[in-house]
Design a protein around this ligand. Structure first.
Ligand SMILES: [Zn+2]
Length: 406
């Protein structure tokens, strides 16, 4: 295979999580007996542009036309995106004449924030269910993938954009070059492109390897991002580390001729990355060894609990739980059920492992001895909500960075 970004063929593989079903392919009861497609989950490193990427690309039509993840379900994200819209509007003096375009706009959460700041907005969202939801929330949305024709449509009807955002979308894109060219055509000369991507350095430090799934084709560092944009007439001019998804990078990109100065933060992060060795294959080999170690410890702990005859429930069925459960082979024999507050997921079964997803009320009916927190990035929120069970001796297992029982 060749590198997704630079076409280089010297790729070095370092981690295999085996075969896994699509992370969001939760099953209805009728589909449990049917054969489930599984695809390899393997990471490889490009020695030229330093991009870490999946070896196998699943068709986006299979992954993004019906999407169960709704941004507004989480209080944490509501605050995160509302603040983001306010900050960008203020920092770049955007006003009622400005146009904000959000790619992968989900249920319109971020654009609603921009609307509140007075901006004109339009979303692009391939998932039909989410585009409908956004329209119901009053956010105009094009139900399609972001491509040449959506860009043409936006320019004709709304003009060029002052700000284009893509949160947790950039890593999903196979043809990043074409995507970026389209962003370039959509932006005004001094327009800005803001992407939020999960940060590979945080993934390595915090061992959040469950963020590896088929939707995430690329695993970025600022080094790989800056190299890419520089090669394609754009430039990273600011970067910040933010908390979402266990650690992300918010990166501000301008056209090469755009007016913004490069913030010193960019160089600081690049220097830090050099120091910890993101350009060196050894860093990734070490990470892989640790991942295999965590799997061993977690399965040992869960095995020991089951030998005692105790009951375990899962909490949270985010996409990443599919990776963790399948990679660690934690299934129906280990977890009685998984709680998720997203009503769209309740009644469905986890991909590959077939554990039923239920609403939180079940905790009063079938109280477990342990709760495995699968949505560990919301651990604090979950611990708060389930305090009364902790008070009645239910223990919690936090799987990452090292399995921990509290
Ligand atoms: Zn490359």
């Amino acid at each position: 295979m060749k590198c997704r970004i630079c076409n280089h063929s010297d790729l070095k593989e370092f981690l295999s999580l085996g075969k896994s079903p699509l992370a969001n392919s939760f099953l209805s009861k009728e589909n449990l007996e049917k054969e489930e497609p599984e695809y390899p989950l393997e990471l490889t490193f490009c020695t030229d542009c330093k991009l870490v990427q999946l070896t196998y690309v699943v068709s986006p039509e299979l992954m993004f036309r019906n999407y169960l993840y709704v941004s507004s379900t989480s209080d944490t994200f509501k605050i995160h995106f509302t603040n983001m819209a306010e900050k960008i509007s203020k920092d770049f003096n955007l006003n009622e004449k400005s146009l904000a375009v959000d790619i992968g706009s989900n249920d319109g959460l971020l654009l609603n924030g921009f609307k509140k700041c007075g901006l004109k907005t339009i979303g692009v969202e391939p998932a039909t269910n989410l585009a409908k939801l956004a329209e119901q929330n009053g956010v105009e949305t094009i139900n399609d993938f972001f491509n040449g024709s959506t860009v043409k449509n936006i320019i004709e009807n709304k003009g060029h954009a002052d700000v284009v955002t893509a949160n947790n979308v950039f890593a999903h894109v196979d043809n990043i070059l074409e995507f970026t060219k389209n962003v370039g055509s959509l932006l005004k000369r001094d327009g800005i492109f803001v992407v939020e991507v999960q940060y590979l350095v945080d993934m390595i430090n915090k061992m959040t390897f469950d963020n590896i799934y088929h939707e995430h084709l690329s695993y970025f560092t600022l080094t790989s991002l800056s190299t890419f944009f520089k090669r394609h007439d754009m430039e990273v001019f600011d970067a910040q580390r933010v908390d979402s998804h266990g650690g992300s990078l918010r990166v501000f990109i301008k056209k090469s001729e755009g007016k913004f100065d490069v913030n010193p933060a960019v160089n600081q992060i690049l220097m830090h990355e050099k120091k910890i060795g993101v350009e060196d294959f050894k860093l990734y080999q070490k990470f892989a060894d640790k991942v295999y170690g965590v799997k061993q410890k977690l399965t040992d702990k869960i095995g020991a609990i089951k030998i005692e005859g105790k009951k375990i429930a899962g909490y949270g069925a985010p996409a990443k739980s599919t990776t963790l459960l399948n990679f660690c082979r934690i299934g129906k024999d280990h977890l009685d059920y998984i709680i998720d507050e997203n009503k769209l997921k309740q009644g469905l079964f986890s991909p590959g492992t077939h554990i039923q997803i239920v609403g939180p009320k079940i905790l009063d009916i079938k109280k477990p001895d342990y709760i495995l927190i699968l949505a560990w990035n919301f651990a604090e929120e979950i611990l708060k909500k389930t305090k009364k069970y902790a008070d009645s001796n239910v223990k919690f297992i936090i799987p990452l960075p090292e399995p921990l029982i509290i």
